[in-house]
Design a protein around this ligand. Structure first.
Ligand SMILES: Cc1cc2nc3c(=O)[nH]c(=O)nc-3n(C[C@H](O)[C@H](O)[C@H](O)COP(=O)(O)O)c2cc1C
Length: 223
């Protein structure tokens, strides 16, 4: 199988998307005849190169982080550039990986519906959407904390490389929790107060945005 991968993270090669793809692709090339090419949408100044790669692809994996319950602008721009390919004969089979900061997969359900509709409009066979919540920590935490996750992504890629399908069992595992139980929610809130806030505040400080963390630039009277 020849797989064309589009990494839709604004962080490009330093992204959680790249880390998850690395594991998936290591599994994918377990089949000696398999090959892949990865394009980073954020680094592509010329969208026509991405459109050409899509046009020539046999199978496409579009992977991106959830941004405001949807997708980063670079992904939306890329999708809009695909419009001339709608309904074209020979469009590639199309699969998606969406991962998010929030651990609950429900946040990605609407974008999954959008992606299925997109596949129909393009006339691509849809291979489905892998959803994984709770991805923000991956880049920052020691590798041993992600060992199980990496093993599953490797396995997902290995099975995909063999069958051309996402393994339903692993996809189901990734999708949990869909929503937190009441107890889970309590735990998550506590975790957010203690751990996440420290993490995000550190990032805000690093980028000189800490003092503006409650800013509402789009509020009507501020414009
Ligand atoms: C501008 C922006 C918007 C985001 N919106 C959401 C969101 O709506 N829901 C969510 O669960 N995570 C959201 N996230 C978190 C990212 O999905 C998460 O941090 C992800 O791991 C980033 O992956 P990357 O390193 O591949 O870019 C957002 C992050 C950014 C920077």
């Amino acid at each position: 199988m020849r797989l064309t991968v589009f990494n839709g993270s604004n962080r490009g090669k330093a992204s959680n998307t790249a880390i998850l793809l690395e594991q998936f692709l290591a599994g994918f090339i377990e089949q000696a005849a398999n090959e892949y090419e990865t394009l980073y949408l954020i680094h592509e100044k010329d969208q026509t190169r991405c459109v050409e790669a899509f046009k020539e692809a046999e199978t496409v994996l579009l992977a991106f982080p959830l941004y405001t319950d949807c997708m980063p602008g670079v992904v939306k721009t890329f999708i809009e550039y695909l419009e001339p390919l709608c309904g074209r004969d020979g469009n590639p089979a199309l699969g998606f990986l969406v991962h998010s900061g929030f651990p609950e997969s429900v946040h990605s359900h609407f974008v999954r519906r959008y992606l299925e509709k997109l596949s129909r409009r393009l006339g691509c066979r849809c291979l489905g959407t892998v959803i994984k919540g709770g991805s923000e920590g991956i880049r920052a935490q020691p590798e041993r904390m992600s060992r199980k996750l990496f093993r599953l992504f490797f396995e997902l890629g290995r099975i995909f490389g063999k069958t051309g399908q996402f393994d339903k069992k692993i996809v189901g595992q990734f999708a949990r929790p869909v929503r937190f139980s009441k107890l889970g929610l309590l735990g998550a809130r506590l975790g957010a107060k203690m751990g996440d806030m420290l993490y995000w505040n550190r990032l805000l400080k690093k980028h000189g945005a800490y003092d503006k963390r409650f800013a509402r630039p789009y509020e009507p009277d501020k414009q």
